[in-house]
Design a binder for this molecule. Structure first.
Ligand SMILES: [Zn+2]
Length: 140
């Protein structure tokens, strides 16, 4: 890290060796995405999907683009039935290149479920059986 106070390059300790500025908070912030991703993955492995997804989403928003993180997030969102969010993640994932076969399969499943949900919502709406606030439309 570069010391923001004096410009010293490659500072690797909590205090700058040249000007002694305390950089511990900056190191903490810099490490946050990785630590959140680690915690999120651990929660998912423990079978706590919503808490895990929440951590991965924050890690993904704060950190640099990471294919592995994006893939896990997309997969877990689809597994939790949060298909709109999953499909957005799969779009982001495609920016890294082609999806793996398993990823393509999960994305296809999420698209189908989204379609069925929208279709059923419209049919029920037509017959006045069920009203959903947005009229069955789905976000783009
Ligand atoms: Zn310094």
């Amino acid at each position: 890290m570069k010391c923001p106070a004096c410009g010293q390059e490659a500072v690797a300790k909590n205090a700058c060796p040249r000007c002694r500025t305390d950089l511990s908070l900056l190191f903490y912030i810099e490490s946050l995405p990785d630590r959140l991703a680690e915690e999120g993955n651990a929660l998912l492995d423990e079978g706590r999907p919503l808490e895990g997804i929440e951590k991965l989403q924050v890690a993904s928003a704060l950190g640099p683009a990471d294919r592995g993180l994006c893939s896990r997030l997309a997969t877990e969102l689809a597994r939790a039935g949060l298909d709109e969010w999953a499909l957005l993640q799969f779009q982001r994932l495609e920016e890294f290149g082609d999806l793996a076969p398993a990823e393509r399969r999960i994305a296809r499943l999420a698209r189908r479920r989204r379609f069925v949900r929208a279709f059923v919502g419209r049919v029920l709406g037509v017959f006045g059986l069920f009203k959903i606030p947005d009229g069955g439309r789905v976000a783009p």
